[in-house]
Design a protein around this ligand. Sequence first.
Ligand code: ZN
Length: 91
Amino acid sequence: MMIFRSEGGDSNAEERLSRSKGKIAMAKKLRIVCSACGSDNVRRDALAVWSVEAQAWELAAVLDCGNCEDCECERRLVDVEVADEKISLTI
Ligand SMILES: [Zn+2]
């Protein structure tokens, strides 16, 4: 009983901590863009598993296959740092 109580309390505290930490960490965001046209209107195949606890589908794996909505075909997706992009855009 005590273990369950402390676990619940800890997870809440950890959640709050990770949320406040997340704001700082968010300074460096990544965008996934199409390697061909640079659009971020991209999708990726993934596998989801049903979580009984969360009562929702949870992402189990992200597959290599990527699709660009603008090119309308299978493309390689690349990571771009949002911070770097902002700097280049404001010049
Ligand atoms: Zn594209």
